[in-house]
Design a protein around this ligand. Sequence first.
Ligand SMILES: [Mn+2]
Length: 289
Amino acid sequence: MKHGIYYAYWEKEWAADYEYYVEKAARLGFDILEVGAAPLPDYTPAQIQSLKSCAAKNGIQLTAGYGPTSEHNMGASDPAVVKNATEWYKQLFDVMAQLDIHLIGGALYSYWPVSFDGVDKAEDWKRSVEGMQTLAPIAKQYGIDLGMEVLNRFENHILNTAEEGVSFVTEVGQDNVKVMLDTFHMNIEETSIADAIRTAGSLLGHLHTGECNRMVPGKGRTPWREIGEALRDIQYDGAVVMEPFVAMGGQVGRDIHIWHDLSRGATESQLDKDAQDAVTFQRYMLEWK
Ligand SMILES: [Mn+2]
């Protein structure tokens, strides 16, 4: 099991210097840094080489996360959008492969944050399955797995539970398309978080962690012990990436809807200390071998 953190914990805007966070994640005791996929297709060869060597030098593995824009909606009803999105993802996968990134997770089957005007779950589901059937073989050529992140009802309507994640991934039927769960979303939608993890079972390809209000693991009331037991039961040995969001402000604050200061005015060094404590806590609670 490898432990990571999403860079945006420290950021108010999505654009960021990933090398700065590679070094920080290594210093704080993480194995993985999860980066946002959005800027990667536009990276120059020099930027790719620089980030790749920075990660290697610091012993950090990279994973990618993406909340697709509506232009990158692989489940869109307009075939031109899907075609354009497919081309964009191809460029992304090419850069990801060069950066040795083999997993991308998020609402890749849709877009984020979704507008619920006129949604038709059954039709959207069908098109999203087709979109993933188009994307998966391309990702596979680059050795990339696609994590279908199950989100809470306020952020998407297609996959809200682990059970739906399993049905969706089974319907897509491609071995590099996996279920991705997040304790923050599960806290809202699942009757039992541990049973949700067991439901995902061997299809679980990526896991995000965070407290029910998105503080770092250990500061809230999420049942980490039973989550650890469920991960042991399914013998999960993949990545566990914490995705805390605690500071107000900027586009990150708006998109995540942070309307009160969960950080209690923390400085960057206090945020660092919290992350360091959280990864120690997470290793203790979730590692089963
Ligand atoms: Mn997440």
